[in-house]
Design a protein around this ligand. Sequence first.
Ligand code: SAH
Length: 355
Amino acid sequence: MNYDINLLVHKLADVHSLSLEEYEALITDCNPESSRLLRELAVKTRRAIFGNDVYIRGLIEISNICRNDCLYCGIRRSNSNCERYRLTPDEILACADEGYGLGFRTFVLQGGEDSYFNDDVLGGIVRSIKSNHPDCAVTLSMGERSFGSYRYLRECGADRYLLRHETADPEHYSRLHPSEMSYSNRMKCLHNLRELGYQVGCGFMVGSPFQTVRNLSEDLKFIETFKPEMCGIGPFIPHKDTPFRDYPSGTLEMTCKLLSIIRLIHPPVLLPSTTALGTIDPLGREKGIMSGANVVMPNLSPVSVRKKYELYDNKICTGEESAQCRECLSNRMRKIGYEIVTGRGDFSAVRENSR
Ligand code: SAH
């Protein structure tokens, strides 16, 4: 079947849905004119809801200790070259206090699946951040947990949860993960989080090993039906101490194109321009924003641990000079005509404002 790509782009902008075959055609097409149209409509769609505002989330990488063995990830449990660390609750609270002073109103606690952070410990941290800073949102990105655990953390005040689905194809999922992990549990977690009233983020890596164009269109279809409040995508980047060390990185072009498509599929989604995108191109995060993203996640972790939270090689912002990621990103955004805004930037609040 031959598609008129410009027509597909307009259709997506109008009805926010395409068939799997149509997504495939859109993904494979690389004529410059339709790419430009896609980007323009994505930016226009984003601007109609968010103006030139870019939201910031302060990322605190609380532990690189992980029970899982995801084949792509630099902090997988079998990487014996990884120097492990875990922040104490006091260190985490200090990061949040510092971030508050810098204007952050959302804190994202991310880490490996470290059993130290059981419900008591993690719940206690969430409670403390929420009581110290009642005007802030707390986002967790701590992997797969039980329904009861997600429920308890929600009761402690957690507002949002990021859990990338990684791929919407069970067969592809099983090639990226060890056999004790399953696509069905990943999906069950996402649905549990939603049921518990979290604002939920899914997402995937662009260019992960074995990924086909069909897989990507399945990811898009999943986003179209699940309608996540947030969606994290970034290029796969190999890590030297993983089985995927010799696979190539995902590309800037494909990541930006998918950001534009996701914006058109689900206009109000909170869509970060990720650190991984900034790692494969010095202006990657700017280009992500100019393709339709509207969130950046500066690093708030103590500089001493940033290098150790290395999911992939050459991660940016790990040196002494990067202590103030917020300033640096504000300047970068201003240069391209965008303004970083403080405020929680909730999915629902944003939608209210846009009515
Ligand atoms: N343990 C948490 C946090 C994982 S790290 C969880 O399971 O959700 C956050 C994300 O980093 C992962 O979901 C994955 O998509 C991404 N990531 C991991 N390794 C990567 C790599 N080599 N290149 C690019 N992204 C990677």
